[in-house]
Design a protein around this ligand. Structure first.
Ligand code: PGA
Length: 244
């Protein structure tokens, strides 16, 4: 695993933005897989800036997103679809027909998961997977537990995850859906390259365990140790517990 440590979250965002722009330049038809959460917001702002300045062209690229809340339509302001529209899609030239999303409002959620997995395969698989990480070690909505799903699946959200996402639903964790749809750990690990972004002291412990600990379903991010091309983009506080 390649570990890159930067002084500030803004430096991390600039480096991740440039990393994606470089990947697009090298492969214009890149299939991106994208996270939500607070951490990637600055990197998405950087990508919009790079696009405005002509340094990031998404015209031939495709995107998938990792996850979506169950029971939430794409038009709902708390949906991850709405988040992506606000933070990235509205400011870059991704073709709408190549933006792929799980539909949390689908009538049959299991069928929707199968459809999504097939859509990833039909796009030729994921090229560059960007990831955030939960303080509990989740990636996508793959929560710690006795077992993990390999493929896109329905998940019951951890209480801590519902609290973390309360801002999207009027500030009340009780309003956050109990279920979500998420790519599986196997879906993620099949990506050609993976870039994980983490900032802040709150992530230091799970980053240390992800890099140095055992591979365990109790820390889903630890499975990244099995992938040959993973890079971590960290600020100093997030990297503070890593051994030299
Ligand atoms: P955060 O979320 O960026 O808001 O910390 C990360 C995640 O839960 O994957």
């Amino acid at each position: 695993m390649k570990i890159r440590v930067f002084e500030t979250p803004a430096d991390v965002a600039r480096a991740v933005g440039q990393r994606v722009a470089d990947a697009l330049a090298a492969r214009p038809s890149l299939v991106l897989s994208l996270p939500t959460g607070r951490t990637p917001i600055a990197a998405y702002a950087e990508l919009r800036r790079l696009h405005r300045s002509g340094a990031a062209d998404f015209s031939r690229a495709a995107s998938f997103n990792l996850d979506e809340f169950a029971g939430v339509a794409p038009s709902h302001p708390g949906s991850f679809r709405a988040y992506m529209e606000q933070h990235l899609f509205s400011g870059v030239n991704l073709a709408p027909e190549r933006i792929h999303f799980l539909d949390g409002a689908a009538r049959d959620l299991d069928t929707e998961c199968e459809r999504y997995e097939a859509e990833v395969a039909a796009a030729g698989g994921l090229g560059l997977q960007l990831l955030g990480i939960g303080a509990n070690g989740h990636i996508g909505f793959n929560e710690p537990g006795a077992e993990l799903a390999a493929r896109t699946h329905r998940v019951t959200l951890a209480d801590s995850t519902r609290r973390d996402n309360a801002a999207l639903f009027g500030g009340d964790p009780a309003n956050v859906p109990r279920e979500a749809l998420s790519m599986g750990v196997g879906t993620i690990l099949k990506a050609t390259e993976i870039v994980l972004i983490a900032t802040g002291e709150r992530k230091a412990q799970c980053i240390e365990q992800t890099v140095h600990g055992p591979v365990t379903t109790r820390l889903p991010a630890s499975f990244l140790q099995l992938h040959p091309r993973v890079e971590f983009y960290l600020d100093r506080p997030a990297a503070s517990k890593l051994r030299a």
